[in-house]
Design a binder for this molecule. Structure first.
Ligand code: SIN
Length: 505
């Protein structure tokens, strides 16, 4: 909900946060906490309690386009100094922030639970994952090196100098309120860039808490600017079209990624995008079944199915289909507890909002109408709250169904029977997107063959847990381009300048 108020408010749920300095509802720009210049605010609510009155977490400043333009100017000014810092200095700043995130991990995790809905253990895992990017890039910062290239001409050498690209725009989603920022921000800082960040309007609170920690970590004003806003499309356009911003990094849907790419063309801006997926999860007949079942559950239902790399289509060989589905369903029946992420023992939380719920319902109804079998769940759970849905398993899913072709981004596992490796690889690749893919096999020749054949940017072979700071994270086809994290992550934030030095006798 959008309103015009000149002040921000915090609801009673935020009393659970011990370090009160972390509760922020203003924007962090040029080292100062400021209100929106046009007085607009928006509400942030707890998806587990929505639409009850107690769901209201905070009224947050919605920064105007003029505020963004000012912040971009501030970031540009700050870049003139920050680009001259040494890698070692930037490493120390990143390491300070890494440590501060660990010192405040319980509070940060509670903020993530409150605004995103994921269970506390998962939120704590996200904080540690998010902080790991600062540690990783603290180690990379001193090693952003230039090259000396022997020239083809006598008496000449070529220097390939790696320089920070400039002010970077960072646009992030609600499903990982911290980690999707830190994976980009850590790399930008390591390279020597300054940043203007728009967190998702559903989840600005953890991002603003991190801005507070960045100040404590010693970052100079204007290096990290975080501006909440409910006007995502206007801000996206402004950031993509602004000539001062030299690079944009976006994580979100393929639909929005295409719009941003279009908008970035006016300034030929460097862009990296991590977009939607439709991950295949293949269980071959020679798999370790117990591990494959556990992996499929972990991958499919992480954050209640709301990650871009969640398994979206589970392919099971016909010879083990009955055994796999029965183990899969009985493990879910035994292990799952739906509920509020702050309650003891809860393993899965709500969906983020009603648009997600509508898609989940549409996919289930379409599949059942076209002949899928309901093996578990299948219903909304109003007894728990408006945004809760059963973890659901559908058998006998076929390529004609919507759920086979679109990312559900929700807790529905469609299981598809296959009979040969050739057939399943073809089916797995039969999608315009290619972010992650998974498979289980104990045949090592097959392992290399299938890993190469899958048209995705990331593969989990005999594992479902691929996310970590050392992985080059990103997709192929319409899942976007660019690699985040890993030793490749800094590259996107740098330019290479060739300097030809002649007269060397
Ligand atoms: C995503 O959902 O976009 C990212 C998931 C991850 O980093 O594990």
């Amino acid at each position: 909900m959008i309103s015009k108020r000149l002040y921000s408010m915090v609801g009673p749920s935020l009393s659970k946060i011990k370090n009160k300095n972390l509760i922020k509802t203003q924007a962090f720009v040029n080292g100062k906490w400021i209100n929106s210049s046009n007085g607009e605010t928006f509400e942030v609510s707890d998806p587990a309690l929505y639409p009850k009155k107690e769901s209201q977490l905070a009224t947050v400043q919605s920064m105007s386009e003029d505020d963004y333009k000012d912040a971009i100017q501030d970031a540009q000014k700050s870049f003139q100094t920050f680009k001259k810092t040494t890698g070692r200095e930037r490493s120390t700043l990143l390491y300070n922030l890494y440590k501060l995130m660990h010192e405040n991990k319980e509070d940060l995790a509670k903020l993530v639970v409150l605004e995103n809905g994921k269970p506390y253990a998962d939120a704590l895992g996200e904080v540690v994952y998010a902080a790991s990017f600062f540690q990783w890039f603290a180690e990379e910062a001193p090693r952003v090196a230039s090259d000396l290239i022997p020239s083809a001409n006598p008496g000449t050498q070529i220097l390939a100098i790696r320089q920070p690209i400039g002010v970077c725009g960072i646009l992030t989603p609600w499903n990982f309120p911290l980690a999707m920022i830190t994976r980009k921000l850590g790399a930008a800082i390591a390279a020597g860039c300054t940043t203007v960040i728009k967190p998702a309007s559903e989840t600005p609170l953890a991002a603003l808490a991190m801005a507070q920690l960045s100040e404590e970590a010693g970052f100079a004003p204007g290096v990290i600017n975080i501006l909440p806003s409910h006007e995502s499309s206007k801000v996206g356009k402004l950031i993509c079209e602004d000539p001062i911003i030299k690079k944009v990094s976006f994580t979100g849907s393929t639909k929005v990624g295409k719009i941003l790419m279009d908008q970035s063309s006016s300034t030929l801006k460097k862009l990296s995008t991590e977009l939607g997926g439709n991950a295949p999860f293949i269980v071959f007949e020679d798999s370790n079944l117990e591990k494959a079942v556990a992996g499929a559950i972990a991958s499919k239902f992480r954050s209640s199915g709301q990650t871009c790399i969640c398994a979206n289509r589970i392919f099971v060989h016909e010879s083990i289909y009955d055994e796999f589905t029965s183990e899969f369903v009985s493990k879910l029946e035994k292990d799952v507890k739906l509920g509020n992420g702050l309650d003891e023992g809860v393993t899965h939380g709500p969906l983020i909002h009603d648009r997600s719920m509508q898609k989940v319902r549409e996919h289930i109804e379409d599949a059942l109408n076209k002949g899928a079998k309901l093996l578990l769940g299948g219903d909304k759970r109003p007894d728990l709250g408006e945004n809760f849905h059963d973890l659901t398993v559908l058998g006998d899913v076929t390529p004609e169904m919507l759920i086979f072709n679109e990312e559900t981004f929700g807790p529905v596992a469609p299981i598809i029977k296959f009979s040969s490796e050739e057939e399943v690889v073809k089916l797995a690749n039969d999608t315009p997107v290619g972010l992650a893919g998974y498979f289980y096999t104990q045949d090592y020749a097959r392992l290399f063959r299938v890993a190469e054949a899958l048209e995705v940017g990331m593969v989990g072979a005999n594992t479902a847990l691929i996310s970590e700071c050392a992985l080059p994270f990103g997709g192929v086809k319409e899942s976007g381009f660019g690699r985040e994290g890993s030793k490749f992550g800094v590259e996107d934030y740098t330019i290479i300048k060739g300097v030809v030095v002649g007269g060397i006798e």
